[in-house]
Design a protein around this ligand. Structure first.
Ligand SMILES: Nc1ncnc2c1ncn2[C@@H]1O[C@H](COP(=O)(O)OP(=O)(O)OP(=O)(O)O)[C@@H](O)[C@H]1O
Ligand SMILES: Nc1nc2c(ncn2[C@@H]2O[C@H](COP(=O)(O)O)[C@@H](O)[C@H]2O)c(=O)[nH]1
Length: 206
């Protein structure tokens, strides 16, 4: 299905910096709206229900799965996370651009449903830096950090499935790349629509 709004999906190993990059993009570009996921993981320090996530119980998550309320969902780092249909469909149908910050399993599910979705993978500059970002963030227990690092290799093996890869070494450089991807997609879609309109016009004339 061809919607008027664009769908951008950003995935990365935990700690690579995708939330920071997406947050900075949202502050700069009011045409992009975030999709707020549902999760069974407990909130971290400053996180608020309905802002970073909808924090739900496993029973509530199960109910939504049974009701077919998710476009995609996955088990990630021992918890469940999902994008509700409500979080995206109405907005892209109305012409807004929506950005999803989800894991690679979800990203691949989204690409199967929305073939025009743009998939971006964020990589850290090194393993050492990935570990040190997770430690410096100070939000996860040591065993959670180890689990996230262990999962990172599996996640990075999926990089070839993505349309774009950004190495988040210098934050401002990575943000520039993300902005450029969003901008390029808008230009591409506008050019396609113009070409389609011109073709229809020409055919009517003939
Ligand atoms: N380019 C960068 N240089 C140094 N530190 C960075 C950079 N980008 C992000 N960080 C920091 O790294 C930490 C992890 O970033 P962030 O929380 O955005 O990662 P994430 O990929 O969203 O992780 P998760 O999937 O666990 O939510 C944060 O403390 C953030 O401030
Ligand atoms: N498949 C999905 N993955 C999601 C979704 N929302 C977030 N995530 C990913 O989970 C991990 C961990 O996130 P954290 O906030 O606990 O650090 C990370 O890779 C997220 O991108 C979702 O709706 N679907």
């Amino acid at each position: 299905m061809d919607y008027p709004g664009n769908l951008f999906v950003v995935a990365a190993p935990s700690g690579a910096g995708k939330s920071s990059l997406v947050k900075a993009l949202l502050e700069l570009d009011s045409r992009v709206q975030p999709s707020v996921s549902h999760t069974t993981r407990p909130p971290r320090g400053q996180e608020k229900h309905g802002r970073e996530y909808y924090f739900v119980s496993t029973q509530e998550f199960d109910t939504m799965v049974l009701a077919d309320a998710f476009v995609e969902w996955a088990h990630v780092h021992g918890q469940r996370y999902g994008t509700s249909k409500k979080a995206i469909e109405e907005r892209i149908a109305q012409g807004s651009d929506v950005i999803l910050e989800i894991d690679f399993q979800g990203a691949l599910q989204i690409k199967r449903i929305f073939a025009n979705a743009v998939l971006v993978f964020i990589l850290p500059p090194s393993w050492e830096e990935l570990r040190s970002r997770l430690e410096r963030r100070g939000e996860d227990a040591p065993e959670v950090i180890e689990l996230r690092l262990a999962n990172a290799a599996k996640e990075m093996a999926q990089v070839g499935e993505f349309d774009f890869v950004i190495i988040n070494e210098l934050f401002e450089r990575a943000l520039f790349d993300l902005k450029a991807i969003v901008h390029a997609q808008r230009l591409k879609v506008s050019a396609q629509r113009r070409a389609r309109a011109d073709t229809f016009k020409a055919l009517n004339i003939i």
